[in-house]
Design a protein around this ligand. Sequence first.
Ligand SMILES: [Fe+2]
Length: 295
Amino acid sequence: MPVTIAPLHPHFAGEVSGVDISQPLSRDDVAAIEAGMDKYAVLVFPSQKITDAQQMAFSQNFGPLEDARGGNVTKPEDKRLGTGMNDVSNLGKDGKPLARDSRQRLFNLGNSLWHSDSSFRATPAKYSLLSARVVNKRGGNTEFADMRAAWDALDAETKVEIENLVCEHSLMYSRGSLGFTDYTDDEKRLFAPVRQRLVRSHPVTGRKSLYLSSHAGAIEGMPMPEARLLLRDLTEHATQPQFVYVHKWTLHDLIIWDNRQTMHRVRRYDESQPRDMRRTTVAGDAPTIAQQAAE
Ligand SMILES: [Fe+2]
């Protein structure tokens, strides 16, 4: 059965059928999924019951996995999942929901802010793949915003004004906006800001997109309040309902999104109940800053 994709939204996001991702894929299937990602930027694969090993093997069809170090405040000895898996659950190593005042939980609440995964790394992520192993009865939807459609909809003057701007991204900016400001010296070093273009082009399609993220907290050559206001304004524009696909999770859904073309956020849910979501991340291949400035 060939891979088929049914659109879920006028601008982006599609639902994939005709593939079992627990099994090794043919080269044609991988090519069809990559082409689907270039077009749709978000692909939903329903009813894919997989293990961590199967998720990692499937992810590696699209490139090497990203080194997760430096992406959170969870100590190595407190990690629930093995190397290669990003834990975006609300669970501790004992499998139970984290305590309300858990530092790990409070830091992870930053995932409720619109962001692009790993924009705080000099070479940010290509794809993220999220597998739903335990879902919530209510809440916990993930929302995606199409940053290509958001760019396309800007007026010509704004496009010229922002096209060559460079932002600073850091986990300390996103968490700082929630009042999480307490870091060890090691964390401050790990979370040092990196530079990212505000507008980037997709390496395959050439389509431009806004590269926004709650990790963005400054713009080079611009006074801080002016930069923050511009970033806030662009984010409000880019996350209007017409650019957003809302996903309500069903057990064993897997979603791939292209971090180069989208932002996402998780919505609030009852954190006394377990939510087990496991992410793999495909590494990007170049810093955005290496992209040529517009003429
Ligand atoms: Fe994320």
